[in-house]
Design a protein around this ligand. Structure first.
Ligand SMILES: C[S@@+](CC[C@H](N)C(=O)[O-])C[C@H]1O[C@@H](n2cnc3c(N)ncnc32)[C@H](O)[C@@H]1O
Length: 358
């Protein structure tokens, strides 16, 4: 019988052993099998370019937000070259690795078996390493996850950002104040009513967070108060109220299955940004982060810029992300401009030349 790092009899299923403690692992104790980055091939076999689709441009600048329809590893590789370490806030809400099939986009467990955790962790590691390079000295990355990958994500973030640069926040995803339209699902065993936001600092010593605005109860009223950001992200909406926000834009609560509430992201951005910061979300989904940045800009006359990335699966980027941004820009009269970009690949020829592709 081979020696089991769990101290057991060696019969631990493979998927669990990959995440087991191993004295030879990095400082956090996290060990997982590394998987190749699928989109690395696109970068190796051709020259990729981000190209603007001019017919989708909104507004005339001079300050342009960007929506990039691309596999986010490819987009991040370009952004690292183009922006260097200049991004103050990154908010990401990746697929949670639940294996659910009705989300309207691929969740990783669907494509993996016993190695589902290591596949997800490899996928995230590649993107978080590039994210850290993009962060400015004061930069903060918020990684939104649920119980499926919360523990492993926290360890992964400590490895990438350093033991001292990671905090774990809790987001209550239900709240009767917001949940008048909530559709209850029967709980599996224990009713899970919160998710996690892992906050990662490029360098905690250089971060001075701004106060956030939080509703505080005054008798029968709720009054907005400036307060320090603490680890319970309550009062800023729920999964149900995020669907109400979609209904407000599209007339359909289920236009996208897993939106986050705009106010939650707005307060996270408020805490970590200056008025001219660049804010990035490379799992853009329904575009909540763009909506939140534009709303915050209106409120404090800010000139923040957002860069959103979503791949082209199920037409989400054009039909939902772009469409929401376009609709709220018009409806709210946001004085913002937007460029829509996607990736063009020039395949390398054996003679060293290139040919254009789409
Ligand atoms: C959980 S949703 C994000 C929801 C978003 N926070 C919101 O409020 O609507 C994750 C999104 O990431 C996209 N996505 C998943 N893998 C991706 C990848 N490798 N590159 C780019 N986008 C990806 C999915 O299409 C989906 O829209």
């Amino acid at each position: 019988m081979s020696e089991d790092p769990n101290g057991g009899d060696g019969s631990t299923p493979r998927g669990q052993r990959e995440l087991a403690r191993d004295p030879s692992a990095g400082t956090s104790g996290l060990r997982f099998e590394s998987h190749a980055e699928p989109s690395q091939a696109a970068l190796e076999h051709g020259n990729t370019h981000l190209v603007e689709r001019r017919h989708l441009r909104i507004g005339s600048g001079p300050r342009f937000n960007q929506l990039i329809e691309a596999e986010n590893f490819v987009a991040l590789t370009h952004l690292v070259t183009d922006l260097g370490s200049s991004v103050d806030v990154i908010y990401v809400d990746p697929p949670y690795n639940t294996g659910m099939q009705n989300l309207g986009y691929g969740d990783h467990a669907l494509r993996a078996g016993a190695d589902k955790h290591s596949r997800w962790l490899s996928f995230m590691e590649h993107r978080l390493v590039l994210s850290r390079q993009l962060l400015s000295a004061r930069g903060v990355l918020y990684l939104h996850v649920d119980e499926n990958e919360a523990a492993a994500s926290t360890l992964l973030c400590r490895e990438i950002f350093g033991e001292n640069n990671v905090d774990v926040l809790i987001w209550p995803k239900t709240d009767p104040r917001f949940d008048q339209n909530r559709v209850e699902k029967p709980p599996r065993t224990i009713k899970l009513v919160h998710e996690y936001v892992v906050a990662c600092f490029r360098d905690r010593d250089q971060v001075a967070l701004n106060q956030v605005l939080r509703p505080v109860s005054r008798g029968s009223e709720w009054v907005e108060h400036p307060l320090e950001l603490d680890s319970i992200l309550s009062g800023w909406g729920t999964t149900s109220s995020a669907k109400d926000e979609l209904a407000d834009v599209f007339g359909d609560r289920y236009r996208f299955q897993t939106p986050k509430p705009m106010r939650l992201i707005k307060e996270l951005v408020r805490a970590a940004s200056g008025r001219e910061s660049v804010v990035l979300d490379f799992f853009a989904g329904s575009g909540t982060t763009g909506h939140a940045v534009m709303d915050l800009n209106i409120e404090d006359q800010g000139e923040r810029r957002f860069i959103l990335v979503n791949n082209d699966e199920y037409g989400i980027c054009r039909d939902i992300t772009y469409e929401r941004l376009a609709r709220v820009m018009e409806r709210e009269g946001y004085a913002e401009s937007l460029k829509f970009l996607d990736v063009r690949i020039e395949r390398k020829q054996p003679d060293g030349g290139t040919t254009g592709g789409g």
